[in-house]
Structures are given as structure tokens and as C-alpha cells.
Design a protein around this ligand. Structure first.
Ligand code: GDP
Ligand code: CA
Length: 311
């Protein structure tokens, strides 16, 4: 069993590659729920939906979020009626939010609701939220704490960050499907090239997941989300600078410390390999930019080879 830890865009891109090369019974994708929030009566789960849509080949490749072939009549009408329009909800996306709300209102746990939605989308690999109870990322800034989506969408990541807090994480409830996986045989954990602070840290901060990772007998292989000193997308590099780190693959490796055994870095970053090795890590240098699905599958194969050979 391979367990992948994923946020949204970067996570989904590697997850789809892993799903292309592993059968459903050999892959569990654990997804960040720290970005989830309540909006217009819906529980919105951006990272779960990005992973689900990507695995279903139903994602919007241009935006990196939402559905392909999306319609916007709902949003147009919200705007016309003077409703809140800072968070984009496409017509197709909305159907998913309605189904999720209905199922959550019936008392089903998020993991079961996710499984049901995934099966409606024909996704056969296990996509599991990191927690069945709410965990909400709070962004610390000079002007106080912000809810994650306020920071990310409404303020477009403009405020300077000084730290993060994952409200509810101490009481986070690991879904039964994930507990079963954690008790069974795991061959490797793959940390997808997701934002270290707001996609991966919420997952590893879930107490049961963190404890399981610390006493592991399997290797942890991570793909750097920073290529050539920049993030492919999103605020990861900006956050690193604001937190006092030079945004590069070496700083990411230092940040994860002993939590990662093997680093997969981009060929552009080959000059950093020696310094990462000096941290006591194994290093694989390869193309890590995933532009097409075949790039995702190629990278996934390389990651799995590193996991198997302990190279
Ligand atoms: P979010 O939740 O949608 O913000 O997505 P993630 O946290 O999963 O991913 C964001 C990170 O993915 C950013 O730091 C990007 O640099 C990284 N990323 C996106 N695409 C790629 C890619 O093709 N290759 C690599 N190595 N990183 C990527
Ligand atoms: Ca996210």
C-alpha cells in the first residue's frame, strides 16, 4: 500500500499519476481539509474536490480548480442579486456541494460522503479526508488572524504571513478507512508537491497521523513543490520568504527535516542535491514539472521506484 499526502493542485497532479500506475487496492490518497470552509450554507472542500475532479479527468486544467466545461449562470445571478460573489461556485461544482450538504445533513461523516461522491465520478482509488471532524487553517498576519479562504481567495494571498494554526486539529478524527490503512502494511508514504505550510502541515498535524509517521518502518518520499526557486502555482514561495527562508528545494528539505527520507527534486535544482544529501537524505533528480497527465505518470513511476529500491 502506498499512502499519498495531497493538497489541491500539486497534490492532485501527482495523485493522478500514482492512480495511473497503481491499482485501487494499492493506493490511498489522504487529502488536506484545512482549506475547507462554510459558505452559503455549504461545506466547501477545495482540495478534496480538486483531487476528485482530477482523478475523474473532470478538472479544469487551465484554472487548476473547479470543473472542466463549467457554466457560470449561478454566479451571474448571485452578482445580479447582490449576493456574495468573492468565491466562485460554478454550476457543475454547485451540484457537488448540494449533494455533499445533503449527505452531511443526514449525519454521514465527510469520509463517507467523499467516497460516495468519488464513486459517482467513477473514481476507484481511495480518496480520504485527513479528518472527519472540521479542521480549519487560520493564517497569522501582522493585522491578525485570517480564515484561510479569506487570505487565499478574498485577499489573494496579499497579507504577509507570520504563521499558521489548524483550529480543531487536536481533536481531529481520522476516518475509519484511513485508520485501517495505518494499521495495515504500508510500503511508503509519498508527500506530493503540495504547499508545505497549508496543505501538508495540516495533515501531519493530525495527532494520530503525526504519531504514525514518526514511528514509521516505511520510507517517506517527498517531491519538492519548489522548482528553480519558485512555486509552480500558489503562494508557497512567497510564504517561505515571509517566514524567513530562501524559497528553494534545500529550504523545503530543511523545513521537513527528519519527516522525509528521500527527496525528489527537479533537474533544474540538481546543484542543490549535494546539500540535501548532507542533511542525510537520499536524493533523486528528475523532471518534476507535471504539465500533462503523462508527466504525472512518469514522475509517479520514478517516485515509486525510489520507494521500492530505497535508493
Ligand atoms: P493547492 O491546495 O491547490 O494550493 O495545491 P497544493 O498545495 O497541492 O499544491 C501547491 C504547490 O504545488 C505549489 O507549491 C506548486 O509549486 C506545486 N506544484 C504545482 N504543480 C507542480 C508540478 O507540476 N510539479 C511540482 N514539483 N510542483 C508543483
Ligand atoms: Ca488547498
Amino acid at each position: 500500500m502506498i499512502v499519498a499526502l495531497a493538497g489541491g493542485v500539486g497534490g492532485a497532479k501527482l495523485a493522478v499519476g500514482l492512480a495511473a500506475v497503481l491499482p485501487p487496492e494499492e493506493l490511498t490518497i489522504v487529502v488536506n481539509t484545512g482549506d475547507d470552509f462554510e459558505h452559503l450554507g455549504f461545506t466547501i472542500c477545495p482540495d478534496l474536490d480538486t483531487v476528485m475532479y482530477t482523478l475523474a479527468h473532470a478538472n479544469n486544467m487551465k484554472t487548476g480548480w473547479g470543473r472542466a466545461g463549467e457554466g457560470w449562470r449561478f454566479m451571474q445571478e448571485m452578482r445580479r442579486l447582490g449576493g456574495p460573489d468573492w468565491f466562485q461556485l460554478g454550476d457543475r461544482d454547485l451540484a457537488v456541494h448540494v449533494l455533499r450538504r445533503e449527505a452531511l445533513a443526514r449525519g454521514l461523516p465527510l469520509s463517507q460522503v467523499t467516497q460516495d461522491l468519488c464513486s459517482r465520478f467513477g473514481v476507484r482509488h481511495a480518496v480520504v479526508p485527513m479528518s472527519d471532524t472540521p479542521v480549519r487553517t487560520r493564517v497569522k498576519t501582522a493585522s491578525g488572524e485570517l480564515a484561510f479562504q479569506d487570505y487565499f481567495v478574498r485577499l489573494r494571498c496579499a497579507p504577509r504571513v507570520s504563521g499558521f494554526r489548524f483550529a480543531g486539529v487536536r481533536k481531529a478524527c481520522v476516518p475509519p478507512a484511513l485508520s485501517r490503512v495505518m494499521r495495515g502494511r504500508v510500503d511508503a508514504v509519498v508527500v506530493c508537491p503540495s504547499n508545505p505550510y497549508v496543505s501538508v502541515a495540516p495533515i501531519t498535524s493530525v495527532p494520530a497521523i503525526g504519531a504514525w509517521l514518526r514511528q514509521r518502518k516505511f520510507p517517506v518520499i517527498a517531491v519538492s513543490p519548489i522548482i528553480g526557486g519558485a512555486a509552480v502555482k500558489g503562494p508557497a514561495a512567497k510564504m517561505m520568504r515571509e517566514l524567513g527562508a530562501k524559497p528553494d528545494a534545500l529550504a523545503v528539505a530543511r523545513h521537513y527535516g527528519g519527516a522525509v527520507d528521500c527527496w525528489v527534486i527537479d533537474e533544474q535544482d540538481a546543484p542543490l542535491a549535494a546539500a540535501i544529501k548532507r542533511l542525510g537524505k537520499r536524493v533523486v533528480v528528475t523532471r518534476t514539472l507535471m504539465t500533462h497527465r503523462r508527466d504525472s505518470a512518469t514522475l509517479a513511476r520514478r517516485v515509486l521506484r525510489a520507494a521500492k529500491n530505497n535508493e
